[in-house]
Design a protein around this ligand. Structure first.
Ligand code: BEZ
Length: 211
């Protein structure tokens, strides 16, 4: 059975470019992003890991630890990191897991046999402080992911966790957010002193609470 939203993210201990890491210990009480790519020394993957490295401070600001994964061995990862740093003008500061026995890839359903029997697809999981899966996305090998979108989802998830609000379609940081259906309009007016705009009884907006 594959992982679903709300499931406990499987724990593991892995060989990584930053030494042996236990996933839960590495995450501590913060958030996590675990993402797989098909293979080292490939062009799209090089840009993806470069972009993630460029956004390291953005992830850290949100208390998010990042881990990349492929089934390539550790010596290959270590060589490729030099290329990523050189070509993308970054310093990769997050661990890359060498999942040579595919145990983590299998636990997370990162291998889709009808796409490739041997390589992981572009899976990405956001893990909450409760170690539960909050988001899963899967992209094909030929399409690099949008890591600004990953940050946007993290912002939305953290707003929901901290303020019981949701975010509308195409929401961007700083825009109005949505009062969740579980909160009555009366309670929302108390809870959100910046105001509540009631468009319909079920469609209520409030300014982003943490701005
Ligand atoms: C890439 O990262 O460029 C890539 C990897 C596997 C298949 C196609 C592209």
């Amino acid at each position: 059975m594959s992982l679903r939203l709300g499931d406990l993210a499987p724990d593991f201990t892995a060989v990584t470019t930053a030494g042996e890491i236990n996933f839960y210990e590495y995450l501590g009480s913060g958030w996590g992003v675990l993402f797989s790519h098909p293979a080292d020394y490939t062009p799209v993957c090089t840009t993806e890991l470069g972009k993630t490295a460029l956004l390291q401070d953005e992830f850290a600001k949100r208390n998010v630890k990042v881990l990349a994964l492929s089934v390539d061995p550790i010596d290959k990862h270590l060589g490729w990191v030099k290329d990523i740093n050189e070509t993308q003008q970054v310093t990769v500061g997050f661990p890359i897991i060498a999942d040579a026995d595919k145990s983590i890839a299998n636990a997370y359903g990162m291998i889709h046999p009808n796409a490739s029997e041997t390589f992981t697809v572009r899976s990405l999981f956001i893990i909450g402080p409760d170690k539960k899966v909050k988001l899963m996305i899967t992209y094909p090998a030929s399409t690099g992911r949008n890591f600004y979108e990953v940050l946007r989802v993290i912002d939305s998830l953290q707003l929901t966790a901290n303020y019981s609000v949701a975010t509308p379609a195409d929401w961007k940081d700083g825009e109005d957010v949505i009062v969740v259906p579980a909160v009555s309009t009366e309670a929302a007016i108390e809870k959100f002193p910046k105001g509540v705009k009631v468009v319909k009884p079920y469609l209520r907006y409030t300014p982003q609470p943490n701005k």
